[in-house]
Design a binder for this molecule. Structure first.
Ligand SMILES: NC(=O)c1ccc[n+]([C@@H]2O[C@H](COP(=O)([O-])OP(=O)(O)OC[C@H]3O[C@@H](n4cnc5c(N)ncnc54)[C@H](O)[C@@H]3O)[C@@H](O)[C@H]2O)c1
Ligand SMILES: [Zn+2]
Ligand SMILES: [Zn+2]
Length: 367
């Protein structure tokens, strides 16, 4: 047993009996139901008993039918923290009883893409959790390639803040800030003030941008963004976001536009506000084609990037969170027992009405 030794209450060994899980049954349909407990299938697997999980905007895309790789019967969820209850005999980095952060990206660490640091395209993994294999919105989950896909939670680590490292912080930082090449003094616009857009806002501050303009339809989320350091906010419900950004930038446009929604309309805002030399960093998951306006962009020296989060910055972000310089637990607005996950989805799916950002799902007796 390494670093953080915890007392765990007796549980039936994973692999025997049933557990409860949130199961996708096709567009618009989900249920909290009994499923077999996961067992070790490969020597590189670990089985984790979840203590904290959460819901992602991508889970909502799945429920809309935007992600066809997710088939009915799949347990959803790709974020979580838990206790290791079983390991395959090739796992050396984590041990039974360890508290671990589950990365939304599963990676072998050995294939050509992993060797390039592109874990998202691991030949034996990538984004598979809650997608092509069963995910974390359950009492137990099997994690393949446990050595490269799990991170030990530092002693005393706050699970509510650290669970944001499963997905949203590395996503905002890698796909938005690093791909957008945010530099000191830059003018940055972030379209979408959901948890991902707010993670872009928080991690952009590592590079001291001159101004950050946040665009959304939800005034509550825009208020939160102001609290997190946005220098201007725009509610784009009137369809005038592009004009407002051009006014705010004296007609120049922005150095970095981050798309953190995943719709043709929000992609269009981003491509319409780029200054010459600007970067458009797409983060949103798109289910429909978006039009690229090359007739306007061909001579503007722009860079367009897309990325599935690699989670290669997770160890660095863990240190920043542990130092207190980044406080992702501020994104938590609601807490539910894991067994109330159906209610949690209703809340997260009506985020504007419920003033919801991240909802925490707890599967842990109070300690
Ligand atoms: N690339 C990756 O690896 C990756 C990883 C995780 C999530 N994502 C994607 O990032 C996106 C954001 O995730 P999230 O969890 O923050 O989602 P979310 O649904 O909570 O937030 C999206 C925000 O966009 C706003 N919005 C919707 N339509 C808009 C419009 N026309 N104009 C302005 N704002 C609008 C909503 O009000 C909401 O605040 C999703 O598409 C998600 O699937 C991508
Ligand atoms: Zn996600
Ligand atoms: Zn790999």
């Amino acid at each position: 047993m390494s670093t953080d030794t915890v007392l765990i209450e007796p549980v039936a060994p994973a692999g025997s009996g049933t557990m409860k899980a949130l199961v996708y049954h096709g567009p618009g349909k989900r249920a909290w139901e009994d499923r077999p407990k996961p067992a070790i299938q490969e020597p590189t697997d670990a089985v984790i008993r979840l203590t904290t999980a959460t819901i992602c905007g991508t889970d909502l895309h799945i429920l809309k039918g935007d992600v066809p790789s997710v088939t009915p019967g799949r347990i959803l969820g790709h974020e979580g923290i838990g206790i290791v209850v079983n390991v395959g005999n090739a796992v050396t980095g984590v041990h039974v009883g360890d508290r671990v952060l589950i990365s939304c990206i599963t990676s072998c660490g050995k294939c050509d893409y992993c060797k390039k640091g592109m874990y998202s395209h691991c030949r034996a993994g990538g984004w598979i959790l809650g997608n092509t294999i069963d995910g974390t919105q359950a009492e137990f989950v099997r994690i393949p390639h446990a050595d490269n896909s799990l991170y030990l939670v530092p002693p005393g680590g706050d699970e509510e803040g650290l669970v944001m490292l499963s997905d949203i912080l590395p996503t905002g930082f890698e796909c938005g800030v690093l791909n957008g090449a945010v530099k000191p003094g830059d003018t940055v616009a972030i379209v979408g003030a959901g948890p991902i857009g707010l993670a872009v806002l928080l991690t952009s501050q590592f590079y001291s941008p001159g101004s950050v303009i946040m665009i959304d339809l939800d005034d509550n989320r825009l208020r939160v963004a102001q609290g997190f350091g946005a220098t201007a906010v725009i509610n784009s419900a009137d369809g005038k976001a592009v004009e407002r950004v051009m006014e705010l930038t004296g007609g120049t446009g922005v150095d970095v536009a981050v798309e953190a929604v995943g719709t043709p309309a929000t992609f269009d805002i981003c491509q319409s506000i780029l200054a010459p030399g600007g970067h458009l960093a797409n983060v949103g998951v798109h289910g429909k084609p978006a039009q690229l306006r090359l007739e306007k962009l061909w001579d503007r020296n722009i860079t367009l990037t897309t990325r599935l989060v690699d989670t290669v910055t997770t160890p660095m972000l863990l240190k920043v969170v542990q130092s207190g310089k980044l406080q992702p637990s501020k994104l938590v607005t609601h807490r539910f027992a894991l067994s109330d996950v159906m209610k949690a989805y209703d809340t997260f799916g009506n985020a504007a009405k419920e003033s919801a950002l991240k909802v925490i799902l707890k599967n842990q007796p109070a300690r």
